[in-house]
Design a protein around this ligand. Structure first.
Ligand SMILES: C[C@@]1(CC(=O)O)c2cc3[nH]c(cc4nc(cc5[nH]c(cc(n2)[C@H]1CCC(=O)O)[C@@](C)(CC(=O)O)[C@@H]5CCC(=O)O)C(CC(=O)O)=C4CCC(=O)O)c(CCC(=O)O)c3CC(=O)O
Ligand SMILES: NC(=O)C1=CN([C@@H]2O[C@H](COP(=O)(O)OP(=O)(O)OC[C@H]3O[C@@H](n4cnc5c(N)ncnc54)[C@H](O)[C@@H]3O)[C@@H](O)[C@H]2O)C=CC1
Length: 216
């Protein structure tokens, strides 16, 4: 498989279409939902019992037609191979980017296994060597990068603008921004909780506001 260049999409106006509603199409749909990208899923089969349509996600029970690609920028071909090949050709004729589930190298992008904890995002990819290994690595990493880790990241996101706004000396500011991510703070977050860490950071900010560089 080709060498991949990882990027994170941040456009908020993207729309996607998933062709095929089997386990693979449903997994691609779940990833889009997690990312807040609105999509339609087109499938011969009806929606499963646990599916509920929303303004962001509609299940369209239909045989694929090229006009199903209208108004989408991202296309996921996750039906049977003959249909996927047609989806790929139609999407490329329109200049759209396609993920091709059964023939990844013919498509334009592939998907990693993903962990999300608040703003933290970890993506694991094996270059097609073993997708099930990517899944296992995700499961293993999920033990370390758990919801408390996400809460720690949320606290860091909260204090960052404070630090940027309140510490004018750039060396002191950078020193503090680096020191608050040392691993011992995560240990303390786990043992003593959020407020204890937040309070120590606030004290450090105050010291640096008042008297310039010190260490935490
Ligand atoms: C190239 C890629 C293109 C793409 O789809 O983007 C691709 C291709 C293919 N996967 C196949 C099979 C499986 N895929 C999974 C699972 C995942 N597959 C994902 C991504 C990718 N799959 C891209 C490369 C990622 C990488 O290399 O790291 C994940 C990570 C993300 C996602 O899909 O969202 C998601 C885990 C999500 C999670 O749980 O975190 C499982 C495991 C399971 O279902 O339990 C199996 C069965 C076991 C196995 O085959 O390992 C086959 C059919 C082979 C056949 O014909 O049998 C092909 C086609 C081919 O290889 O040509
Ligand atoms: N990339 C990946 O992660 C993986 C890819 N694959 C490949 O992905 C594809 C899909 O896999 P599964 O979901 O397991 O297959 P599946 O056979 O369970 O589902 C296929 C889906 O496509 C729909 N479909 C078939 N013809 C259609 C048409 N003309 N119009 C609209 N919908 C149509 C069916 O209704 C069904 O919902 C297969 O080609 C398989 O080889 C399989 C496993 C993992």
């Amino acid at each position: 498989m080709a060498v991949h260049y990882p990027i994170l999409l941040c456009r908020t106006d993207l729309r996607a279409v998933v062709i095929g509603g089997g386990p693979v199409g449903q997994r691609k749909a779940a990833g889009l939902r997690d990312a807040g990208i609105p999509f339609r899923l087109v499938s011969l089969t009806p929606a499963p019992e646990d599916w509920s349509d929303s303004p962001q996600s509609q299940w369209v029970q239909d045989a694929y037609r090229p006009d199903h690609l209208d108004a989408s920028q991202l296309v996921f071909a996750a039906a049977v191979p003959t249909v996927n090949a047609q989806v790929l050709a139609d999407a490329h004729a329109r200049g759209l980017w396609v993920n091709s589930a059964d023939n990844p190298e013919a498509g334009d992008f592939v998907l990693p296994a993903v962990i999300r904890q608040g703003d933290l995002l970890l993506a694991v990819h094996t270059g097609g060597a073993a997708p099930s290994l990517a899944k296992r690595i995700r499961e293993r990493l999920s033990q370390d990068f758990d919801s408390q880790f996400g809460e720690w990241v949320a606290l860091l996101a909260e204090v960052r603008p404070q630090i940027l706004a309140r510490i004018p000396d750039s060396a002191a500011r950078r020193g503090l921004l680096q020191s608050i991510t040392e691993w011992h703070w995560l240990d303390r977050f786990r043992q003593e909780g959020r407020d204890s860490v937040a309070q120590s950071i606030e004290e450090s900010i105050r010291r640096l506001e008042a008297s310039g560089p010190t260490s935490l």
